[in-house]
Design a protein around this ligand. Structure first.
Ligand code: SAM
Length: 461
């Protein structure tokens, strides 16, 4: 039987995985006795300002840190955390508070850019002043050349806004440090979100009515300068907290951070050198992007103004071929060539089968969308379980979405699927959502007011 060595300065105790499960259950249940403990009514301000771009469906950092704290208490030997659906990198940032090696990937280049900025080992402390200088350079630039060749630009940007964004883009390109440019690209992305003609109330691209657009008085350079100052201030708070937690030495984060662009279904192909990982912490998409959260559409306009080579040499600009391309490439997006056939999937999850069988005939594509998503999700689980160590824990935060007015039991389907892959669900916690930004009120996803947190252990082969 595998025994887990516990780093204990006083005495070395060796415990079985079942004993560790029991300790974790006790820790989580004691803490969870307060119904709002996992719900985090109070927001941690220094973390929330640190979000730098309004990426959809961000996890709540204080909850992630509480979960990590509990798992690390039971397993102090854990040294790395992995997030296969990284989004804006919240789980890795939480891992940095504990000095963990942090690894993550996402299929969306904007998510990778934001996460690389947030998790950098070294940062430039004068970034606020640099933001001011870049804004000044943009103001002094009198050229009117437009620095993007995106289709339908006039639909999405007023003429003056395009000129200002082009001036900012030219000024950012002149900065020497890659991290500085990345920070400023993220700031530009948020500037674009606020100054384009796209409505900010939904994640789907949806232009404001022309009459409304004509009335808006916008100054992207001013917006950019203010955001750069805010982002710089929140960054210095974050780095100060890491320093207080003794996770910064000689101005550098003490452990490794590695963010890659990539499809989780192929994670085994590109994490071979860094895996296996000790702990997983993630919140996966709840369904196909198009009918849940359109991460790709939300990123489409900003990405057209950012130098892809600064995100990653492997970032593929064909991801901007259409407004829907990133969403199509994401889980459940296009006809799946997943190794998981429909039959294998429904056999692996009786609860998914029951749900799918009970779906009404309309909308006609409800069932096929659902199963396409889960076939892709199954392929991701194959890869994920392949890059995790034996007896590693996985913390999955999942929301339940609606299809045809019926709530998909996402947590139960995940339980079925991981149990079929030699994993054990140790416990499931419920958290009420107080703060999370929701997708469109009218989308078929409806709103998600509750999330489940599954603690899973990968068993020995
Ligand atoms: C719920 S979000 C993650 C939110 C993140 N935990 C946070 O706190 O910001 C899900 C992420 O999964 C990504 N995604 C979807 N399909 C993917 C795939 N096949 N491979 C990797 N990432 C994928 C989306 O781009 C999105 O960023």
């Amino acid at each position: 039987m595998n025994l887990i060595a516990r780093r204990d300065p006083g005495r070395q105790s060796l415990r079985t995985p079942l004993e560790v499960d029991a300790q974790l259950l006790e820790l989580l249940n004691t803490k969870g006795a307060d119904p709002d403990f996992w719900s985090s009514k109070e927001r941690d301000r220094s973390d929330s300002v640190h979000c730098i771009f309004q990426y959809p469906a961000m996890m709540v950092p204080i909850v992630q840190r509480r979960l990590l704290g509990a798992v690390l208490e039971a397993r102090p030997d854990i040294q790395s955390v992995y997030d296969p659906f990284l989004g804006s990198g919240t789980s890795l940032v939480s891992g940095m508070h504990f000095g963990l090696n942090t690894y993550g990937n996402d299929i969306n280049p904007l998510a990778v850019l934001i996460s690389r900025v947030r998790t950098a080992r070294s940062v430039e402390f004068t970034i606020g002043a640099i933001g001011d200088v870049v804004a000044k350079k943009a103001e002094a630039d009198r050229r009117e050349t437009i620095e993007t060749s995106m289709p339908n630009r006039e639909k999405w940007f007023q003429a003056d806004v395009s000129i200002d964004l082009s001036r900012l883009r030219r000024a950012i390109r002149k900065c020497e440090s890659l991290w500085v440019r990345r920070f400023l690209w993220v700031t530009l992305a948020e500037t674009i979100r606020l100054t384009s003609n796209d409505r900010t109330s939904t994640y789907k691209l949806h232009a404001r009515p022309a009459a409304e657009t004509a009335k808006r008085k916008l100054s992207p350079i001013t917006v950019f300068r203010d955001l750069a100052r805010e982002n710089a201030a929140s960054f210095s708070t974050f780095r100060r907290r890491l320093t207080e937690a003794k996770q910064i030495k000689s101005s550098k984060y003490v452990a490794e951070t590695d963010v890659r662009i990539g499809d989780t279904r192929k994670a085994l192909d590109y994490w071979g050198d860094a895996a296996p990982f000790d702990l997983l912490m993630t919140s996966p998409p709840y369904g196909d992007n198009l009918t849940t959260v359109t991460y790709g559409q939300h990123s489409y306009l900003p990405l057209h103004w950012i130098d892809f080579k600064d995100i990653d040499p492997a970032a593929d600009s064909a991801a901007l071929r259409t407004t829907q391309e990133i969403d199509r490439r994401s889980l459940g997006g296009v006809s799946s060539d997943s190794v998981w056939t429909e039959d294998a999937l429904l056999e692996a999850s009786p609860r998914l089968k029951r749900f799918a069988d009970g779906l009404p005939a309309k909308p006609e594509d409800g069932r096929s969308r659902l199963l396409r998503f889960y076939r892709d999700f199954g392929a991701s689980l194959d890869s994920i379980t392949g890059v995790m160590k034996s007896n590693s824990y996985m913390i999955w935060t999942v929301g339940n979405r609606n299809i045809a007015g019926q709530q998909v039991p996402t947590d139960l389907v995940l339980s079925d699927l991981v149990e079929g892959l030699n994993c054990k669900v140790v416990t499931t916690l419920t958290r009420r959502i107080h703060h999370k930004r929701m997708p469109d009120r009218n989308a078929s996803s409806a709103t998600m007011r509750e999330e489940k947190i599954l603690l899973v252990r990968k068993c020995e082969a």
